[in-house]
Each structure stands twice: as structure tokens, then as C-alpha cells.
Design a protein around this ligand. Sequence first.
Ligand SMILES: Nc1ncnc2c1ncn2[C@@H]1O[C@H](COP(=O)(O)OP(=O)(O)OP(=O)(O)O)[C@@H](O)[C@H]1O
Ligand SMILES: [Mg+2]
Length: 413
Amino acid sequence: MDAAVKKKEIIACGLDVGTEKVCCLIARCRPDHRPEIIGSGYAESGGIKKGIIVNLEDAAESIRKAGQEAELKASVSIDWVTVGFSGDHIQSFNCRGAVAVNGRQHEVTQEDVSQVIHAAQTVPIPAEREIIHVLPQEFFLDSRGDIRAPVGLTGERLDADVHVVTCDSRLAQNLINAVNKAQMRVRKIVLPQLAAAHAVLTQDEKELGVALIDIGAGTTDIALITRDAMRHSSALPVGGIHFTRDLAVGLRSTMEEAERVKREWGHVLVDHVADDEVLEVAGVAMRGARDIPRRTACQILRDRAIEVLELIKDQIARSGFRDQLVSGAVFTGGGSLLEGLPTMAEQILGMPVRLGLPQGLPGLPDDLVHPVYATAVGLILVAVQDGGELRARTSRANSPPWIVNRFLSWVSS
Ligand SMILES: Nc1ncnc2c1ncn2[C@@H]1O[C@H](COP(=O)(O)OP(=O)(O)OP(=O)(O)O)[C@@H](O)[C@H]1O
Ligand SMILES: [Mg+2]
């Protein structure tokens, strides 16, 4: 990466705090407003399970490591970060708000739009929950719907349908504390599948209707998007780790060995594996290696894949949007790399499936064009949309220690 930051520029930073890895990306906004990645950092996750922090020190250390690597490559110190936050505590629902259009000649203003979005989110939310997104889906003017940009149109009553995403505020605070301990500040918490959707979906897919499925290590995040708006989002507490664990138990091996076997030899379509293929698998605690039919390993992975895909199918069916997913499904996240999974997903979900890679960003190194980076790249796109911040090349040693032990203002559209 040769585009070192030499003078003050608009900089955006995305931090994907995943169960397996923490990834930090730094981008500068080019004059054409497109982000250009100038630094990336990667660290194995510590203290993070199923998307949530279970050990503050370890999580902060992973975040610090990824952040410092990205800072070093970009020659810029990070202050504010846009962070992805996953887990099955995330909940979402659709609702509607309404306001009267009282302005001059009943022309809708930006203020009316803000007010109607605000009105839509005044549903009671339990004290321990916090809203992270209010995503507009569609506006109605005097009951005429399918309006996306109402500003300037004329009418007496403006309604808005919105998708509201909430999280457990205590778990969010733990994430904020871990980021603060790593000497960065949370600018905004973002639903990871919303970020990934920005990075891997085409505009056509979002218009026609698509399911985005991010199979990570600890969670499987689902987003259903139709007519360019989020209609449903949810997270299942299963991911690649569960495949690995099944394999470790079934083959009586270590997690490390099971991970290797899964990546190198795993295939969920058992018929594609020859009868006589044999794998050498290391045993647990100095027990010698054993020969195991590859099919045995693949059958274990197949059973888990069927279970996960059935759960996804069930979520999609219960959302009520199944029939609107004309473009099918796009799978991303590291877990989607399991051989044969997209084909099996087509069979079980009954729709076309493709693998989603992050793309379309200048300066995106080839090694980041990979499903595990979909969320991190998407976070950059969200951060840039929010304006980024003006920063110059500075030394981290001059930065003050950040003490921000409170919720930062992140409510966003
Ligand atoms: N080639 C591969 N074949 C099968 N699985 C793979 C492959 N490469 C990575 N994985 C799996 O992908 C998972 C990691 O994916 P990813 O980096 O998207 O997770 P994460 O973002 O850290 O976790 P989460 O989003 O659940 O918090 C691991 O479980 C890993 O085993
Ligand atoms: Mg992830």
C-alpha cells in the first residue's frame, strides 16, 4: 500500500470484531468520494464468543493488535471507528410512523422526513435494549406508497415504514469498553449483515430481492433485502466453529486438526467424495495419527450443514418475505467457503445461491477480496457514507488516552 496519508484527508475506519478474527480497515476518501483502502490489520480474536465479548482484556488486546497493524500500514492514527456487532441478542422489527405535513403548500421537507422516521421508532423498547438502526423502507404520502425520496413532494400526511434494529445495551457497552481499552472510540455500531450487504450485493439484487447469509465462526447473520430496503435481519447462534467441533468430536481429534481437515478435505456433498479416499488425522494428546475415510469426515460436516441450512430456511419462511427473494441468496463469511455448501444451499433453500466477495473498492488488496472480509469492507462503506473524519498523519504516542465509559451517540439511519 503506497498511498501513505501525508496531509489532512477524510479518513474512515471499520472494525469487524468477529468470533475468529478482528479486522481493522482504514480508508481515505478520494476526491470522487470513493473510499480507497490504505491500511489493513488482522488479529486472531481473543475473548469474543458468538459475536459478544466474554473477556474484556483479551478482546481489547485483539482489537489493539488489528488497529495498530492497520495504523502502521496507513501511517495514520485511528480515533473513531465504525464497529460491526453481532450475536443472537440483536433483534429487529418493522413498524410505521406518521406525521402531518404542515409546511409551505404542504411540501415535504427533510425535517418532515426526520420527524416521521423518529415517530416510527417511538415504540416502547425494554430498558436494557438500545436502538442501533432505524432503516427507512418506504414512505407513503396520503396513503400513496412506494415512495423512496419524499422531499419536495406535496401531501398532507407522511407515513414511513422502517426496520428497527436493537441490541442488548450491556453487551454493546462491553464492546465499547473493549474498543476504548484499545485506545479507539466507537463512532457507530453497525449490524454486520448491513455492512456486508453494502460490500457484496449488487444494486439489482437489492432491488429484486435477496437473502444475504453471513456464516461466520460463531454466528450466522441473515438479512433479507427487497426493493433496496432491509425487511428482516436476524442472527443464529451457529457458525463454522460448530462444524469444526462436530468434526473434532466425531474424529476424536483436536480443534486445530479438525479445522485443518475441514478446510483442506471438507465437502458437504458426500457423493462427490470417492469411497476409498483416506485421511491421516492426528489424535488428541499425543495419541498417534489414524487413517479415516474422507467420507466419514464429510458426513459429519454434511449433517451440520443440513441443520444450519434448515434453520436459515426456517428464518426466511417465518419472515414472510420468502416469495420476494427473486435474486435468491448470497452467502458470505468464512463458513460459506466449505466445499459444496452453496450447492447444498440451493437444494435446501430452493433458490439460486452465489458466493459473495467484497469488491468494487480501489486499493482493496487481493487478499481482502475474500468472504471473511465482507463485513470489514462494508463497514468502511458505511463509515464513508457517514462522512468519515479529517485526519493527518500523526504519531500515536501524541494521542491522549481515551476514557469514554458511556454510550456514544450512534442512533443512525
Ligand atoms: N476454506 C474454508 N472452508 C471451511 N470453513 C472455512 C474456510 N475458511 C474459513 N472457514 C471458517 O470460517 C469461519 C470464520 O469466518 P469469519 O472470519 O467470517 O468469522 P468471524 O467474522 O470471525 O465470526 P462471527 O461473524 O461469527 O463473529 C471459521 O469457523 C472457519 O473455520
Ligand atoms: Mg463475521
